[in-house]
Design a protein around this ligand. Structure first.
Ligand SMILES: [Zn+2]
Length: 354
């Protein structure tokens, strides 16, 4: 996500903070300082940091449950409106989806329960004036209860909405279940926005916008997957192409790239293995002379992804979202073709036109 920076890695996921989150902290500090002085500012900032620690714990509830089903969570981002765990893919079994969705709020139930057991009682006494640790804990107990209740509203893609989609997809095809859940969620989004404007809260309309667009985006992606469900990666790939050797001098490679209308070139070793991709622009911008002679391997980017030729074409969406192109391997493991983002989009357009 742009505008965010990493805090560190916890349990295999990178925890990131969105830049606007810092503005939120600054805003809270300034507001609290104006009414409660330094002590008020400190108490309120400590409270908001503790609250967001609870939000991170909530997201790790999702991530750790997803991991039980073999799904990694590359990153978790903290936004002013809450946390966002980016799962590598969504579980497709209804039971797994429901378990992953419930695991987040369950963490907040545990935190609230633990606070209650040690004698903390809910309350928001501290929100105006500055008082000590007791007020912070009382506030934390309250917000954990609110987090559970709010997240369980069936407004897809919030947790309650994912539970709803999971439950619906026991009876309905998954795409249809998603469509129903997204429309229900958008109904809630309109209610949130209206209530937010009515009460003067800027947070609810923001959350409403997120629900509205994130729901549409996920529905669009599912519909796209459904359209290519009967195709394989082999159907989408380019099999007649020019490739480059990693040892080829850049000058020769740049010359070769001029001969056809190919814009992106797989770099394939003598063993048939994919080393990466280089674009024509990249070949032309790189210095071609020098000592030692620059070679194609010097300008290859990150390690490339590959998919077997027989995999379903919907797998392309998972890998092409953060790679410009992927290699396609035959039964022997050698590269037999490649698919770019543009080709995957063209495949979708052809399917839509049918
Ligand atoms: Zn959640």
């Amino acid at each position: 996500m742009t505008w965010s920076f990493p805090l560190g890695r916890i349990l295999g996921s990178e925890v990131r903070v969105h830049g606007t989150f810092l503005f939120l902290i600054a805003w809270i500090a300034v507001t609290a300082f104006s009414t409660g002085g330094v002590a008020g500012a400190v108490v309120n900032v400590v409270f908001i940091l503790a609250l967001f620690a609870c939000v991170v714990a909530h997201e790790f509830g999702h991530a750790l449950m997803a991991r039980r089903f073999g799904i990694r969570t590359p990153d978790i981002t903290l936004l002013p409106i809450g946390g966002l765990a980016r799962l590598e893919r969504m579980p497709d079994r209804p039971g797994q989806e429901i378990a992953v969705a419930l695991a987040g709020p369950l963490v907040n139930v545990v935190i609230a329960g633990a606070l209650f057991l040690v004698g903390v009682r809910p309350g928001f006494a501290m929100l105006g004036d500055a008082s000590g640790i007791g007020a912070i804990l009382a506030g934390l107990l309250s917000v954990n209860v609110i987090l559970v209740l709010f997240n369980m509203i069936p407004a897809f893609p919030m947790d309650g909405g994912r539970v709803l989609r999971g439950a619906l997809s026991i009876f309905l095809p998954r795409l249809k279940a998603t469509r129903v859940a997204v429309r229900v969620g958008q109904g809630f989004a309109i209610l949130f926005a209206a209530y937010g404007f009515y009460t003067g809260s800027f947070m609810l309309p923001l959350i409403a916008v997120f629900i509205f667009f994130a729901g549409n985006a996920e529905l669009g992606e599912m519909a796209a997957r459904a359209r290519v469900a009967d195709l394989s990666v082999g159907d989408a790939m380019v099999s007649d192409f020019t490739h480059l050797s990693p040892d080829a001098p850049l000058a020769a490679a740049a010359e070769l790239s001029e001969t056809g209308d190919q814009d992106i070139f797989p770099v394939i070793g003598s063993d048939g293995r994919l080393h990466g991709f280089v674009t024509r622009d990249c070949l032309h911008e790189a210095p071609r002379q020098g000592d030692p002679t620059p070679r194609v391997r010097d300008i290859i980017g990150a390690a490339p992804r590959t998919l077997p030729i027989s995999r379903g074409a919907d797998a392309l969406f998972d890998v092409l979202s953060d790679a410009p192109a992927i290699g396609v391997t035959g039964p022997s493991g050698r590269v037999v073709g490649f698919v770019t983002q543009a080709q995957a989009m063209a495949l979708l357009r052809r399917r839509r036109a049918r």
